[in-house]
Design a protein around this ligand. Structure first.
Ligand SMILES: Cc1cc2nc3c(=O)[nH]c(=O)nc-3n(C[C@H](O)[C@H](O)[C@H](O)COP(=O)(O)OP(=O)(O)OC[C@H]3O[C@@H](n4cnc5c(N)ncnc54)[C@H](O)[C@@H]3O)c2cc1C
Length: 387
């Protein structure tokens, strides 16, 4: 059986690992990604705030060594879901089973002024550039703003506000700064009232200006200000933006997408094309765009591929559950255990924040690096001295 996995992100790496573990050389697993390596979403914040270096958070695909798995670094130019084939810069690939795990792209140019007057922290390059920008920043008005929905990791802007508070405090310029957080949501984490209450209390204690149910539509210069869809304008010296998200163009051009994302069965992750699955951020299955959900979906697709290859069937279905880590600043992390089950209202419970959960988050990342790449992760970011 030939399995073609498009994208070696959170979902693709977990899927390739499970298939290798359970099928060994019994399947040909081809993984394609245009990037040279993987960076966790949360590592972007670690680099931005000086807790880790870019080298420490970059996990190269070179040397990926798993039985039955072959990795090709190349750009996918077109996908034919009827034929389960793709055209890439390295030629054509065909498969019996095709899994689309291409994530969400971000488009900073879709928000007027964002590239010219602001910064975005959702791409690896954008977050890495911000490390120096934040290091040099000597205080002023900071706006953290979301520009559209859906967006990856809905807690990330809130975490950014809290980590920025720490960063400016340590630099001694929190007193001459303001931090505003512009979010489209009514509360920071809608499925978890407990987590939302804890975050709102943390914002209040730290003087972070919470602006719910709004989005940033444009940035203006002279003077610099963020224009919100409410009509308000917020002056800024530094703007940290969450850009517009879209499925990669190769997906929208393939006929797989509807309303911008790939609709898949929320329990099996099957698309309407036989033998084609979609997992993670590229889908519209109703879970938030976060790595933990991509990973859980990969596991269910793995169960089905493994069963098929053994001429069996499986009754396992996706449970919509994910445990998200939430940075509260001051070295403290909370977890939010959320379940987004199709047909039911999402629910979530918070634990922490605590120092112990910061260690658990570091272990979460290290265990994935070990499992996916067979390497030990570098130092725990929680123990690195913030600058
Ligand atoms: C600041 C920030 C913080 C975050 N924090 C967390 C967190 O704490 N916990 C959490 O669970 N999630 C977090 N996330 C979200 C998480 O990073 C993503 O949701 C997750 O990576 C999605 O996994 P995926 O497999 O769907 O896609 P991705 O991991 O994005 O992988 C998609 C892959 O497809 C490749 N690709 C795309 N197009 C092509 C093409 N045409 N040809 C070849 N390759 C292509 C890309 O190079 C990429 O490697 C965070 C995100 C950000 C931005």
């Amino acid at each position: 059986m030939k399995v073609l996995i498009l994208g070696a992100g959170f979902g693709g790496l977990e899927l390739a690992t499970r298939l290798s573990e359970e099928l060994g050389g019994g399947a040909e697993i081809e993984v394609i990604d245009k990037a040279p390596g993987f960076v966790f979403g949360f590592s972007k914040l670690d680099v931005m705030f000086g807790r880790q270096t870019p080298d420490q958070v970059f996990h190269p695909y070179a040397g990926l060594d798993k039985v039955g798995v072959h990795f090709t670094q190349t750009s996918i130019r077109s996908i034919d879901p009827d034929q389960r084939s793709v055209l890439t810069d390295a030629g054509r690939f065909d498969a019996d089973v095709l899994v689309v795990a291409l994530g969400a792209d971000v488009d900073a140019s879709a928000t007027p002024g964002l590239l010219e007057s602001g910064n975005e922290f959702y791409t690896t390059s954008g977050a890495f550039v911000l490390r120096d920008v934040l290091d040099r920043f000597e205080g002023g008005d900071v706006v953290i703003g979301v520009t559209s929905t859906p967006f990856k990791c809905p807690p990330a802007p809130s975490e950014t506000a809290l980590l920025l508070h720490d960063h400016l405090t340590k630099k001694g310029c929190r007193d001459n700064s303001s931090i505003s957080l512009v979010m489209p949501l009514g509360v920071p984490i809608p499925p978890s009232p407990g987590a939302s209450t804890a975050l709102l209390a943390a914002f209040d204690e730290r003087g972070i200006d919470w602006r719910p149910e709004r989005m940033v539509t444009a940035l203006q210069t002279d003077p610099k200000r963020a224009v919100l869809n409410s009509g308000e304008e917020l002056p800024f010296d530094l703007f940290l933006g969450v850009p517009v998200h879209r499925a990669p163009a190769v997906v929208t051009e393939s006929g797989l997408a509807a309303d911008g994302w790939i609709p898949a069965d929320p329990f099996t992750l099957k698309t309407r094309f036989p033998g084609v699955y979609a997992i993670g951020d590229v889908t519209s299955v109703g879970t938030p765009k976060a790595g933990v959900f991509a990973e859980g979906q990969a596991s269910i697709v793995a169960d089905q591929i493994i069963a098929t290859s053994r001429h069996l069937s499986t009754s396992k279905t996706y449970d919509g559950r994910g445990i998200c880590y939430l940075e509260f600043g001051e070295g403290m992390v909370a977890t939010v255990d959320v379940t987004f089950l199709a047909g039911s209202a999402p629910v979530g419970d918070i634990e922490g924040p605590s120092i112990a959960l910061a260690a658990s988050k570091a272990e979460f990342g290290a265990s994935r690096v070990h499992r996916w790449f067979g390497r030990d992760a570098p130092a725990d970011p929680g123990s690195a001295a913030p600058n």
